[in-house]
Design a protein around this ligand. Sequence first.
Ligand SMILES: [Zn+2]
Ligand SMILES: [Zn+2]
Length: 296
Amino acid sequence: MAFGGSLHVDLSAELEDRVFPTYSAPLGPIPQSSSWQDVLLKVIETPEKYEDHIFMQTLKFVVMYDGYPKANNHLLIVPRQKILTPNALNVGHLDLLKDARRLAQWIVQRLRAKSPHLTFACGMHTIASLHQVHFHVISQDFDSERVKHAKHWLSFNSPFFAPLSLLIEQLEGHANRKGWGSLAPPLEFPPARYEPYLKGPLRCNRTGCGRDFGREFKKFQQHYLSCTLPLPPNRGLDEPSRGKSAASSPSGEPALKKKKTGAEGEAANEGAKSISTAAAAAAAPAAPAGGDDGGG
Ligand SMILES: [Zn+2]
Ligand SMILES: [Zn+2]
């Protein structure tokens, strides 16, 4: 295969004359075999076998339907370049991540043209159940019968979900850090730090709401689906705004405790949902580990 991360292809040029595909989700997930954790690897290796599950392809990415959609629109941007886990992401992936964000912006713009009431989140689960890094592009209605538990919602609406723009900014921080350059360490996502977010409170994050339902998922869901306030703003899609205060979070999540020094401090956008480096992880208090979110 000629595909790979080293190809110099301008994504904008590639998308210029592209006809936007019809969003038409398959009836179910890709049948799971014994190696279900590797399903995304199979898709990038032999996409021709999974056409019904693929939304579109570019030279660097396969965009597929999430097998367990948690909202009206739910896609996965999967790089063709193998990156097995979030902990493998490093500054060498910066250009790839920026292309993924450009692609997400292109897709979201067109999905919103069809459903102007929707807003979108784009990012990655910090603890992934599947091999191969992938970025969720999900509408924030979370109106799906697949959203069955608190952790399903929290996996997209707490710092467990790392917005793509934040990943990019964090890696740029690493690259610019004095003496690190291309030798910068990969990002780290220690389960002890991120899994507790799945056990946190359920707070309506529609713009201007903030109602807290503790852990009462059914009540929360009923409210969220009928709350008349606008959906939260887009997440993970924008160029980060520099110098923004880290005091408030669009999803109403508490700011993570972190050392705000040097490049680390610079990366405090999107409500200070910071991503660990080895140093920050060492400084974070240990917390009990929880289950993962399953699905895609
Ligand atoms: Zn509400
Ligand atoms: Zn996922």
